[in-house]
Design a protein around this ligand. Structure first.
Ligand code: F6P
Length: 568
């Protein structure tokens, strides 16, 4: 296929570049004074309200962004994704995470075959297995119920499930289902993470779920072998069959590892790692903890957004608008970062998950056709729940660099608290900040205002807030499993929209490979130096010096170690 033109060479891109000057001249204070504009920049869909009036954009900007979407063939690209075309061209794969949350009677085709029945076959298998573990008909090797689960996985096999688990933990319906059960996540290859995970757990009552799309990821496989040793040391090697199950696309390697393929839950290469929380990757651990019916609601929430994304007109389409505004902020206004600020402690793991979804997807240097890009793609995502973030990095956001912010608030708290002597309830207190911060960023505080407040002259520059700092607000009606699914899908699709506009492949991740292969070289060297006293060679002077220091100062590590597990 002939390479497609770079988006930055199109007329709509050039028009937007020319438009930047008009916007930079206008302060958000002026834009916010236009009531009609503010009304137009409010969108509601299925319990979610988006207010993007505090973006440095006018109605005209939005029209120009719609033209950019046309130039990028956004509609066509979304359709190609939903119809199972191999849009992940460098890996020759479809991108069909939407099929994972499709209802039983939906049709989603991959290479001409409807994959929804396959998806539901695995979902039914997970329901059956998790019911058995939860009701005690699947027990451990010594006959005890398995009340504790350690999910071993990293990246997409960890961050999404952790986000959803953390969000469900305090939801009344989900937490009722989780009574007496624990779910932990072992991701880092650091043995300290092993220690933390097994601390206080008894192998007799623990089920380990090894989650790896490839079943080759070094960190996950070493952690899985470590927990296999932990189990078999205590309960004997035959206990592994009852205490370890797997989630993978590579069932051959699962079997080779020693896990019965009957106890493996499959998914497919058309599910990218960072888009896999709705597959067995998330559904197995979450169903074990909360029961399948709660997880089903999470899947339906994601599907509600999938349908909206694929059918709503762009001007009323949440992920499309969010994606276009992000492109506007990054590529035209020149803001390279984005803060994700949920005013809900339950969403504390949302930003870390979106970091992978966004940065692994869109941090690319070439177009989908391999042409080096004359523009920078992706953005630096970070975030913390409000109000904690306010007491940490908000200083920089208010008076330092301009960082577009996503404020995410919830109308009804999962855990309301009222105290009769307080003027507002605890959630109102939290939400007072959610409503105040976007205005503080947009309006700022002027010299004149400070003079009126009799602020001493020498402090005026320090107490001035320039304002004109963009943000958007997402207000969710509540935060149950369904809403969590919606929130996830909104961000997944927003990231895809950005990638589609930039003309990159948002679904591969070649950038993670180089570091992995260099670590292999170091691993070999460490083994050779410890076991055979071989000198460090083949590295640059800096790495050689550090490796020699490391080896010398850890010379008490035995050359042929006997098994040692954390003692905590
Ligand atoms: O970090 C690279 C990566 O390939 C991610 O894309 C993926 O989520 C993670 O490693 C884990 O991979 P796997 O599920 O195959 O163990």
């Amino acid at each position: 296929m002939a390479p497609t033109a770079l988006i930055c060479d199109t007329q709509p891109w050039k028009d937007l570049k020319a438009h930047v000057g008009d916007i930079k001249k206008t302060h958000l204070r002026e834009l916010m004074a236009d009531t009609e504009r503010c009304k137009q920049m409010l969108l509601e869909f299925d319990g979610i309200t988006l207010d993007y009036s505090r973006q440095q954009a006018t109605v005209d900007t939005l029209k120009k962004l719609q033209k950019l979407a046309e130039a990028a063939h956004l509609k066509d690209k979304i359709e190609r994704m939903f119809s199972g075309e191999h849009i992940n061209s460098t890996e020759n794969r479809s991108v069909l995470h939407v099929a994972l949350r499709a209802p039983r009677d939906a049709v989603v085709k991959c290479d001409g075959k409807n994959v929804v029945p396959d998806v539901w076959k695995v979902l039914d298998q997970i329901k059956d297995f998790s019911d058995k573990v939860r009701n005690g008909s699947w027990v451990g090797a010594t006959g005890k119920p398995l009340t504790d689960v350690i999910s071993v996985g990293i990246g997409g096999s960890f961050l999404g499930p952790l986000f959803v688990h953390t969000a469900l933990q305090t939801d009344p319906e989900a937490s009722k289902q989780a009574k007496g059960r624990q779910l932990r996540f072992l991701a880092n290859v650091d043995p300290i993470d092993v220690a933390r995970n097994i601390a206080g757990l008894n192998p007799e009552t623990t089920l380990v779920v090894v989650v790896s799309k490839t079943f080759t990821t070094a960190e996950t496989m070493l952690n899985a072998r470590t927990l296999r040793t932990w189990i078999s040391k205590e309960l004997g090697p035959s206990a592994v069959a009852k205490h370890m199950v797997a989630v993978s696309t590579n069932l051959m390697l699962v079997e080779k590892f020693g896990i019965d393929p009957k106890n493996a839950f499959a998914f497919w290469d058309w599910v990218g790692g960072r888009y896999s929380v709705c597959s067995a990757v998330g559904v197995v651990p979450l169903s074990l903890q909360y029961g399948f019916s709660v997880v089903e609601k999470f899947l339906s929430g994601a599907w509600s957004i999938d349908k909206h994304f694929s059918s709503a007109p762009f001007e009323k389409n949440l992920p499309v608008l969010l994606g276009l505004l992000s492109v506007w902020n990054v590529s035209f206004l020149g803001y390279p970062a984005r803060a994700i600020l949920p005013y809900s402690q339950a969403l504390e793991k949302f930003a870390p998950h979106i970091q992978q979804v966004s940065m692994e997807s869109n941090g690319k240097g070439v177009s989908i056709d391999g042409v080096p890009l004359p523009l920078e793609t992706g953005e630096i995502d970070f975030g913390e729940p409000g109000t904690n973030g306010q007491h940490s990095f908000y200083q920089l956001i208010h008076q330092g660099r301009v960082i577009p912010c996503d404020f995410i608030g919830v109308i009804k708290s999962q855990q309301p608290v009222y105290l009769e002597e307080e003027i507002v309830n605890n959630h109102d207190e939290l939400m007072s900040n959610f409503f105040a911060q976007p205005d503080a960023l947009a309006y700022g505080k002027t010299h004149e205002q400070l003079l009126k407040e009799n602020v001493p002259d020498h402090l005026i520059p320090h107490k001035t807030f320039t304002g004109n700092r963009p943000s958007l607000s997402l207000l969710l009606s509540s935060l149950g499993a369904y809403k969590i699914g919606q929130l996830l899908a909104i961000y997944e699709h927003r990231v895809a929209v950005q990638g589609f506009i930039w003309g990159i492949n948002s679904f591969d991740q070649w950038g993670v490979e180089l570091g992995k292969s260099l670590a292999t070289q170091v691993r070999k060297q460490l083994h050779a130096s410890r076991a055979k006293k071989e000198p460090v060679q083949g590295f640059n002077p800096s790495t050689t010096t550090l490796l020699n220091k490391y080896l010398k100062e850890s010379s008490d590590v035995p050359a042929t170690p006997t098994t040692l597990l954390p003692n905590i």
